[in-house]
Design a protein around this ligand. Sequence first.
Ligand SMILES: *Cc1c(COP(=O)(O)O)cnc(C)c1O
Length: 356
Amino acid sequence: MARPLVAHIDPAAIASNLARVRALAPGAGVLAVVKANAYGHGLTRVLPALAAADGLALIELDAAVRLRDAGYRRPILLLEGFFEAAELSEIVARSLGVVVHCADQVRMLESARPAAPIETWVKVNTGMNRLGFALREVAGVCERLEAMGTAAPLRLMMHFAGADEEGGIAGPLARFDDACRGLPYARSVANSAGIVRYAEAGGDIVRPGIMLYGATPFVGRSAAALGLVPAMTLRSRVIGVQTLATGDCVGYGATFVAPRPMRIGVVACGYADGYPRHAPNGTPAIVAGQRVGIAGRVSMDMLTVDLSDAPQAGPGSDVVLWGEGLPVDEVAAAAGTVGYELLCAVAPRVAFVTAA
Ligand SMILES: *Cc1c(COP(=O)(O)O)cnc(C)c1O
């Protein structure tokens, strides 16, 4: 038997989550965010499920080129634009859109004199202080780009630093509106958290990422409560069982000491598969249909779970690490991170299966 660790991808879940985006942001254009290999799900694997999106957005030029080679004809936006002028010829040839967030990029565009129009999004820094032009620079940048003639169409965008927090929208949005006053271009503000709060956030075009994959953009608000369905279920099996006496230890560093006689199940999944090594004792998993907790340190290829209260579980039992029945967000919260990180981190050695 092959190693039993498999990431099951459910395209129907992604299509359903996309429909949820449409329902939350009626009338808005939807650019489905597929950076980082579609948040670890596999870009080509999820593409058919995103057929109803108006376009795609990502970071990686090589992946955008592969999308065009595969026949994708709708808009594709590079969310960080280009990193050097040498990329511009490919960008023009493939009709890719670019985000422009700094003066260097404007200069590169101006001196490249592109042979055809490039859809150009001016990114406004509304307080996150990561990428984007200062509020007072925005009108001038748009003027320069207009003057080029080939930075067209022009669009305006911003990114929320805290749309998942109470009050995270109003301030940045007011600054954005201020910077863009009188500019006649389509606008995009909302990521997943902004889409859930679309009534407040608004915008002509939305950029859903994490919600398409069925995880929550919020701390303390579950994906299920938002009407989202998990697109990835990471499944494995129990490949060994140990019977422990009180005081016996489990795993590297003996971080778990049996407080009583116990049964420990060994699961084929470790940090080399993308499972977080820092997941503490008690991090949930489902074994043979029952919720159990991790006991002992996650190692490279295996992790260990407490099966003392799951007598039906044994060698060969099915395990769900996250996905159906166990939101990735719960595992992430236990491990001190977010679902985004766990989904993106699933390693290349994990087998993938797509549901028919
Ligand atoms: C990643 C990204 C998104 C998607 O964010 P989610 O929180 O995953 O919805 C949207 N906009 C930009 C600019 C991004 O980089």
